[in-house]
Design a protein around this ligand. Sequence first.
Ligand SMILES: C[S@@+](CC[C@H](N)C(=O)[O-])C[C@H]1O[C@@H](n2cnc3c(N)ncnc32)[C@H](O)[C@@H]1O
Length: 268
Amino acid sequence: MKKPNLRSPLYDGEKISIPAEVSDLSKPFSGTICSSKGDEYPIKNNIADLITEEKHYTLAQSTNHWNLTASVYEDLWRVRSLSLLTGEPFPIEKEKELLNKWVHPKPNGIYLDVGCSTALYARSLKKAEPESTHIALDFSHAMLEEARLKAEADQTDLFLIRADARELPFFAGTFDGVVMGGTLNELSDELKVLYECRRVLKKGGVFFVMHLVQAGSWYGRVLQNSAEWSGIKFWTPEQSNDLFQRAGFEVEEQLIKGIVCFTKLRPV
Ligand SMILES: C[S@@+](CC[C@H](N)C(=O)[O-])C[C@H]1O[C@@H](n2cnc3c(N)ncnc32)[C@H](O)[C@@H]1O
């Protein structure tokens, strides 16, 4: 397992080391980490908090900060969501299979799950390649707490980081792979986050994105239009690919089922 270096959110080139023990979720760890400039960040119950100032959240984003949403998100919604959204039986195992196949984590590789919620993707990749290192990042403390419980129950070691994906606290070229499941639609500044994902990826790294595209049917569009007021956005597949391209990615593989779009991207 590698020990990732964090980049100080306050002092651009400053490194912050995180102890490897923080990722062993069976052992509670609390303390602080800091850069050589003296900026300090708390670690509480293995979750390192690098948010220095709370930003405005959309309604959709705010609901992810509620303990109730976090506690039911994966078991009630996430495991069924793709069957509902694709319109065909789509068990979570099938999604994990595609994720593991396209990302293909390597021993000693280091991977980032952006907007991880309960860290479904990070846990699945770690299980597929136990010698790889995984960082699960979200700005919702409630979701990271739930991720910690689930990873501990699975006996999966993960680094859990509370940070904003618009300013990823990592140096350029850190990761062999970045994954983002369902988060793109919720972002306030999607292009900035995609640029950040591109920046932290190594040359030749892989970026796996699952997101929802615009529905084809009129009733699907009515439903999506009513969700847009809460801050959720939908693009056509062409618009999505244009976004990826503008952020410096090229599409290597893409699978669209219903309104669910899986894309494997590489930095250009
Ligand atoms: C739809 S959930 C995605 C869940 C997870 N990736 C999965 O596959 O189940 C979106 C998550 O992204 C997080 N999020 C949204 N915007 C974010 C941002 N700017 N920085 C960090 N996390 C963000 C939310 O808190 C939420 O947990």
